[in-house]
Design a protein around this ligand. Sequence first.
Ligand code: FPP
Length: 225
Amino acid sequence: MNKAKHIAIIMDGNGRWAKQRGKKRVRGHEVGVKVAKEVVTYCANNENVERLTLYAFSTENWKRPRLEVDFLMKLLEKYLKEELQVCLENNVKFEAIGDISIFSKSLQEAILRVEEETAKCDGLVQSLALNYGAQDEILRAVNSLKKDAGNITFEMLNNALDSKQNVDLLIRTGGDKRLSNFLLWQSAYAELFFTDTLWPDFTCKELEKIIQKFKKVERRFGGLK
Ligand code: FPP
């Protein structure tokens, strides 16, 4: 049976969820944060899951209206403050992936604070993708290796990436079937699960069902069984 050691989630559908209810898009993001917290706690208490990577803000999300971006930044800061306690209670180590240098000083400090204060936790790693794009991640890694003479090996490039662990199970909510620049290198042999459920309606019960299906998939990694 497969173990979903690294689960990655594209949490899509917040805006549509809100629109369907006659609310502003940002209300969907607020509910989306609640769902993310539930999923983190669920994974922290599932002994097979070692790492959960959530796609919170992409390198392309800056194209959204200024008001929505500003709202997301504030929501993120609030989330980080609240999440620290949740991480400590559940032995979760927090880690940001992506280029966070673009964020405000206070947001960067909030990120570093949760990373530092949870550094000794040795349960689940909650990896939050912030100003993350897989193409940008690969470019930054290659540029950081440029100074090394000789050929770049698989290990060298892998270790220079923000996220170094292969994804086992990648889930996208919201009905679209695309990767949207998320963990392209790490998902080389990930099992992909797409659900029409909009992220604010996603539940740990649905996650559990997906994990059960994933467990039974025959994974061959390009070889034969
Ligand atoms: C996708 O919905 C969501 C985002 C682009 C980012 C924000 C994600 C959250 C607020 C959830 C959890 C956040 C944290 C910090 C853990 P969308 O706006 O693309 O929805 P749409 O496809 O319906 O427009």
